[in-house]
Design a protein. Structure first.
Length: 417
């Protein structure tokens, strides 16, 4: 029959099944009945007597006289080591305190601590005993023998408890498992709550996302949006025309690049002093020809006609001819570009003034933000689900281990979780 039946007697009335929440109370009551080490009372008394005997023998050793005739140096060495043996005994007496209770846990803890103290005492004493016994043989031998006898008595405390110790460990393990399961269940409840909240948040985000997408689709089908697209197409056409007009201006002025650069260099080295207004227009002509004033070319024409040194006469006639041609065309070209540029600005203002553009931008911004939030919450949901699965696997493992631990205490008990 199992140890439980031996200790408690057969208890057929005990249920085979026990609810998880009832388990702590059952463990506590079972442990109380098991944890009485009544045999320890008599051993405690023997240990107390042994300690008194060791103390008495140590005093006798301390007062002992040399047994025979020895060299003074040997007596000094033996006496010094005898003092150390007595010191170790006193330490032993101070560190071994017999408990007042006899429950198994107290008995086992007392045994463990006392054995450690005794082992340290013996280790230190045996070093001195080798020298002490040469002069104080009988007295030192008696101390060693009684200390060893104390060790035998200490072991008598635990010999009957070896089987019970395994069961007591099972009680401790069961209580730890219960605590682990409760903690895991709390975490599982918290994680399920988190998952529920995340699902609700994701559903809300999806509904908001769908609503904003519908609003954007309705906006794209509206007359205002079609008008906006037409205006954008008109703007593209105008910008293409502006590029063509600017290209025509640049092409018209290409033949004048060299003489204009020559004129700029002459001004820079001080060979020709240009008025500030002409100097500014010259810079514009070379860097942003579409912005130059047409009258500038008339001034350039007059400069070249008057200058007979800087420009070769043969080349000067050709340059003047090119300038005259540019003067005849540049005004119309620049006017055409400026008209197109003005229309571009007007079209941009028209587009900027369309509320539908900002409305569409706001909708796209909200959709993008909702998509980011949705992706983040879905990722959090995935993490929470994995954590929940890990916690559930952990609690299943703990339940299985708890059942096996309870079986080690009483193989009739089956836990209902």
């Amino acid at each position: 029959m199992k140890w439980v039946e031996k200790l408690f007697g057969k208890k057929a009335q005990d249920p085979i099944e026990i609810r998880f929440e009832e388990l702590p109370a059952w463990l506590a009551s079972s442990r109380d009945r098991l944890s009485q080490g009544r045999h320890a009372e008599s051993v405690y008394s023997d240990i107390q007597d042994a300690l008194h005997g060791i103390r008495k023998s140590a005093l006798e050793l301390e007062k002992a006289e040399p047994e025979g005739r020895f060299h003074l140096k040997m007596v000094k060495i033996a006496s010094s080591n005898r003092d150390n043996m007595v010191k170790q005994v006193r330490l032993l007496m101070n560190n071994i305190n017999i408990p007042k209770t006899t429950d198994i846990k107290t008995v086992l803890e007392f045994h463990e601590n006392a054995i450690q103290t005794l082992a340290m005492c013996l280790e230190n004493m045996m070093k001195s005993y080798q020298y002490t016994k040469m002069v104080f043989f009988e007295d030192s031998k008696k101390v060693i023998a009684e200390v060893n006898e104390l060790g035998r008595l200490l072991n008598q405390l635990v010999e009957p408890l070896n089987d019970k110790k395994k069961v007591l460990d099972a009680f401790d393990n069961a209580e730890k498992k219960i605590l682990n399961i409760n903690n895991l269940n709390h975490r599982i409840d918290d994680e399920k709550k988190t998952i529920k909240e995340l699902n609700e948040k994701i559903d809300s985000l999806k509904k908001k996302l769908e609503l904003n997408r519908d609003n954007l689709a309705q906006l794209a089908d509206s007359e205002q949006w079609k008008q906006y697209l037409n205006s954008k197409n008109d703007l593209v056409d105008l910008e293409n025309k502006a590029k063509k007009a600017e290209s025509d201006i640049i092409t018209l002025l290409v033949p004048l690049n060299k003489p204009l650069i020559r004129l700029k260099q002459m001004n820079e080295v001080g060979k020709y002093d240009l008025p500030p207004a002409i100097k500014k227009e010259l810079h514009l002509c070379l860097t942003d020809s579409k912005s130059v004033c047409p009258e500038f070319f008339v001034e350039v024409q007059n400069i070249i006609q008057k200058d007979t040194v800087a420009f070769n006469p043969e080349k000067r006639d050709r340059i003047l001819e090119q300038i005259k041609y540019s003067v005849s065309k540049i005004g119309d070209f620049i006017k055409e570009y400026q008209t197109i540029a003005s229309n571009i600005n007007a079209k941009k203002d028209e587009i900027a003034g369309m509320n539908i553009v900002q409305e569409a931008a706001n909708l796209r911004g909200r959709i993008s933000s909702l998509q980011d939030n949705l992706a983040f919450e879905e990722k959090q949901l995935e993490i929470s689900k994995k954590l929940l699965k890990s916690l559930e696997d952990g609690v299943t493992l703990e339940k299985n281990e708890l059942q096996q631990t309870v079986f080690a205490i009483d193989n009739r008990k089956r836990i209902i979780f």
